[in-house]
Design a protein around this ligand. Structure first.
Ligand code: ATP
Length: 644
């Protein structure tokens, strides 16, 4: 049985000690499924595969039995999620119940050519063990139920006896196997705190709570991009549809069905603002509700780990694990917790692969390398262009994946349903239905611009702050122009609040500075600003304000608080950072900056971007205001520097 180094763990926490019955049941059920069941099925595998050569992988062995090679499709259909381990492994030691039962079933079927052996009873008994595994590992109620362990051990003893009958073993051999099993069962009356399974048990018991603590408050509500109004994410969530790419020929499915595919790796693509991040955040929230009976599609998932590729602080997977399971990591150490996690059915979510940088790429690579042979699943979201970089990485790590694309909200009825949810949640819209009505009055070609949630969100903002603009929209270009002027209007309102009236030129200059910053950041693939980055931007704005020579004193923070939002760190050990309210907003500012430069200098986009690259290459990180975030000690007080 797998043991921990005693030096690696400290005493259990009081909470574990306070729940001895539950933890004891979980511990036994975990050992039953992760150790005893594989051991018994392996006993049958050894009997069945006496002619297997040690140098053969299981795929090669099966191909020898059937006399020819499997096509890729045949292999996938025969072995589903186990196909990669069975393709590479040569002995059954590292295979779990799912892999072992799949292997045994395939071999029995392959050998059955002359119909002389009736193996249906053996298979039935293996299936009982496998089903118990799935029930226990996927349902917390089953995992804490001590009767499940009794059922499992009875099923395992039955399986040994059936093996005796099927392989005509000597009674002494069967009895010896039963005796070993019974004594291992008896040993489980005492919890071995040095066993990896104990760490798995603690994770099963407390892991979800820890993840909930980290994410729930962050994800439950959404602050709307411009209005600073909070809505409940699940109340406004519009269930998106996804298109299955490649072999499935463009079938459209509800997002909850993506987990039904046999691939462990799921890639969800979507254009800017299509709703990728919102989708995964909604999935995480659903995961917390599992106990209440909702979200059955997440049943097979026992833990969730969410990693955002824009994260510039987590250097290893171990850092990510520590953020999620801080207490368990301090009891067992990060490495052990990660090792235990990989034995459970974890869903790793990697959000925004298109934003990946050198540091986060290492974390992504580690997740892929460590999960491909486990029962974990990995859901990755990316804008479509990120796929070019992602695909070769997935293939090099042996990760077969299914690809899904978020469908645009093309039908008017869907767009209206989307808007109505927000309208109903925003109490400030006194007359619910008015915003949707205003939307339906748009010209068809203008309306067809609003196929992504982010655009509908912008519609909500324009409707709130500049409803008079909407009837004048004739072309898609009119909409884009007004969304940016909306930001200018908001800054203007803020400045008016500070008694500053003559602001038009100055706002243009401020936006030029912000736009050029947004562009430089994007050029470096940076969507998260450090406090230093922010201070730099503030200094630039101060220069503009100084040049404007105003009589009243204006704090640049007033302006920046409209265009940047604070991102709270995931753990107290990390630092506050800032970002534009949405990447698409940063892109709008950057795009305007390019247009301004083209108008001023007549240069092409390529020349402008080429000059930026040259400047960065000449200066290196030394002078770049947007070098990767630095690890500096942070003030304990996390004040938004943009908020006076
Ligand atoms: N399914 C949805 N239901 C309700 N609102 C949504 C939904 N999807 C997205 N939104 C709204 O649209 C905004 C943009 O969506 P989101 O950030 O999820 O897009 P994205 O595809 O991750 O964008 P990007 O590629 O630019 O990072 C969200 O902040 C949210 O307000």
């Amino acid at each position: 049985m797998e043991r921990l180094d005693l030096n690696e763990i400290s005493a259990p926490t009081a909470s574990a000690a306070g729940l001895p019955l539950e933890i004891a049941s979980i511990y036994r059920n975990i050992i039953g499924n992760m150790y005893l069941s594989p051991k018994v099925i392996r006993f049958l595998i050894f009997k069945e595969c006496v002619d297997k050569l040690s140098c053969e992988t299981y795929r090669q062995y099966m191909e020898r039995l059937r006399g020819n090679s499997f096509s890729n499709k045949e292999w996938k259909d025969a072995c589903r999620t186990s196909r990669q381990v069975l393709e590479t492994d040569r002995n059954p030691d590292k295979l779990d119940v799912t892999d072992l039962s799949c292997l045994l079933e395939n071999i029995l079927v392959l050998r059955e050519n002359n119909g002389t052996r009736d193996f249906s009873e053996v298979l039935n008994k293996v299936r009982v063990v496998k089903n118990l595994r799935n029930e226990i590992m996927h349902k917390f109620e089953a995992m804490v139920d001590p009767r499940k362990f009794i059922d499992l051990t009875a099923a395992l003893l039955e399986l040994i006896r059936e093996a005796g009958r099927f392989y005509s073993l000597l009674p002494a051999e069967v009895e010896a196997e039963e005796k070993v099993l019974n004594s291992e069962i008896a040993n489980l009356l005492v919890i071995d705190k040095t066993s990896l399974f104990y760490c798995c048990s603690r994770l099963a018991m407390f892991g979800k709570q820890a993840v909930r603590l980290l994410w729930e408050a962050r994800l439950t509500s959404e602050v709307l991009i411009l209005s600073n109004v909070k809505v409940q994410r699940q109340a406004v969530f519009h269930a998106l549809e996804l298109m299955v790419r490649a072999s499935a020929g463009g079938k459209v499915i509800p997002y909850t069905e993506i987990f039904e595919t046999s691939e462990k790796f799921l890639v969800v693509t979507g254009v800017a603002g299509a709703g990728k991040t919102t989708l995964v955040q909604n999935i995480v929230l659903h995961f917390f509700e599992l106990q209440e009976g909702d979200a059955d599609y997440l049943r097979p998932i026992s833990q969730v780990v969410l990693f955002e590729c824009r994260d510039r602080y987590s250097e290893t997977l171990s850092d990510v694990i520590e953020q999620h399971f801080e207490d368990l990591c301090s009891d067992f150490g990060n490495k052990i917790v990660l090792k235990a996690l990989l034995r459970l059915d974890v869903l790793f979510i990697i959000d925004g692969f298109d934003e990946v940088h050198d540091i986060s790429l290492k974390v992504v690579a580690e997740i892929l390398a460590k999960t491909w042979r486990s029962n974990c699943r990995v859901l990755i979201t990316t804008r479509p262009h990120g796929l070019k970089k992602l695909q070769p990485i997935l293939l090099s790590k042996n990760c077969c994946f299914s690809e899904f694309e978020i469908m645009p909200l093309a039908k008017l009825e869907d767009q209206l349903a989307f808007l109505r949810r927000y309208e109903e949640s925003l109490s400030e819209f006194s007359q619910v239905g008015e915003m949707a009505r205003s939307f339906s009055s748009l010209k068809e070609d203008v309306r067809s611009l609003f196929t992504e949630p982010i655009n509908l969100m912008h519609f909500c903002d324009v409707y709130k702050y500049m409803p008079e603009k909407i009837p004048s929209w004739q072309t898609p270009g009119d909409v884009a122009r007004d969304i940016l002027s909306l930001y200018k209007r908001l800054v203007e309102i803020k400045l008016l609040d500070s008694n500053y009236c003559d602001s038009e030129d100055m706002i243009e200059d401020l936006f030029a500075v912000i736009g050029s910053t947004a562009l430089e950041l994007l050029h470096n693939n940076i969507v998260t600003l450090s406090e230093e980055n922010c201070q730099y931007l503030k200094r630039q704005c101060k220069l503009v304000l100084k040049r404007a020579n105003t009589t009243c004193k204006i704090d640049p923070e007033i302006v920046l608080s409209v265009v940047l939002k604070m991102c709270r760190p995931l753990s107290g050990k990390r630092f506050v950072s800032y970002s534009f309210p949405h990447k698409t907003v940063q892109e709008m500012f950057a795009a305007e900056s390019i247009v301004r430069r083209i108008q001023d200098s007549g240069d092409s986009i390529n020349t402008i971007l080429g000059n930026m690259s040259k400047k960065i290459a000449q200066n290196g990180d030394r002078d770049s205001s947007f070098a990767p975030l630095k690890r500096t000690e942070q003030n304990s007080e996390q004040r938004h520097p943009l908020q006076p």
